[in-house]
Write a protein that binds this ligand. Sequence first.
Ligand code: APR
Length: 321
Amino acid sequence: MPRRKIALIGGGQIGGVLTQLIALEELGDVVLYDIVEDLPQGKGLDIAEASRVDQFDVTVKGTNNYQDIGGADLVIVTAGLPRKPGMSRDDLLITNAKIMQTVAENIKKYAPNSIVIVISNPLDAMVTLCQKVTGFAHNKVIGQAGVLDSSRFATFIAWELGVSVKDINALVLGGHGDTMVPLVRYANVNGIPVMELLERKYKDAAKAKEVMDAMVQRTKMAGGEVVKLLKTGSAFYSPAASAIAMAKAVLNDEKRVLPTCAYLNGEFGINGYYVGVPAVLGANGVERVIEISLNEEEKNMLNNSVEAVKVLVADMDRLGF
Ligand code: APR
């Protein structure tokens, strides 16, 4: 098999961890692009110099030149600026949309056959814009949010129940914001409904619901919880790990079922928007969206989340993107 080439656009916190994880798993040769001079070269060099110790045999090239991403099989985008004090939502959207526009133009130019995973926030808007500017098929431009949100939900459930997180299945749908929808009814421990186990633990249905509600709320706010503690940035280990799970599914044609920010053509009754849903990920990116039955309450929550995505997309239109 020819060596695969993975381009990372954005060499900040997430970009650095992505590079290291790709190297450790020998998923492919890495090109790490950033607009800041010398930063990606420095990170690339540092990680490459661990190759003997960690026994990986891939090249890691830091660059400020888009030409170097030429022919990449997979591109992961983390470029963007974080929200600064005093910055409005529109200001952030304009800043990051401008960055995404340039990034996407260069992906189109130099890596026209790639599959793109977007991590930059605001996620749902950035994926939408990236697809629009590249003109790539919708299934080839996807967003990372649900794998992380679901992993956070699963982690909290494992802690609460005192069982291995490896046995937890938890799914979060919707946009990547406060309106995301952690699906309580589908959460299980190797098939056993989590609510059943909570009710057994507390011997009180109301208390079990209260505990679950708190975990749902913590999941929705989990990004902010980390920001508050870190003070100088946002989560980067877990977003990177989540994107790597998606990257592996694509590069190795794994057909994994992962919550993905995917373009919907009528699935879940939603048409023409990128929304977090379970999807089969393989060599063609999103190969299939998996529809699941939702009750009225879940449908309402998902529709509410889609409304938030629509506002973001309308804002981008209004701002000229
Ligand atoms: N082109 C390429 N890279 C850029 C550009 C640009 N036009 N503008 C900024 N960058 C780079 C920055 O120089 C920085 O190195 O993007 C990188 C972003 O890195 P961090 O600020 O460390 O952010 P990180 O924690 O990696 O998160 C990246 O993912 O989860 C989201 O909200 C998060 O949008 C953010 C993104």
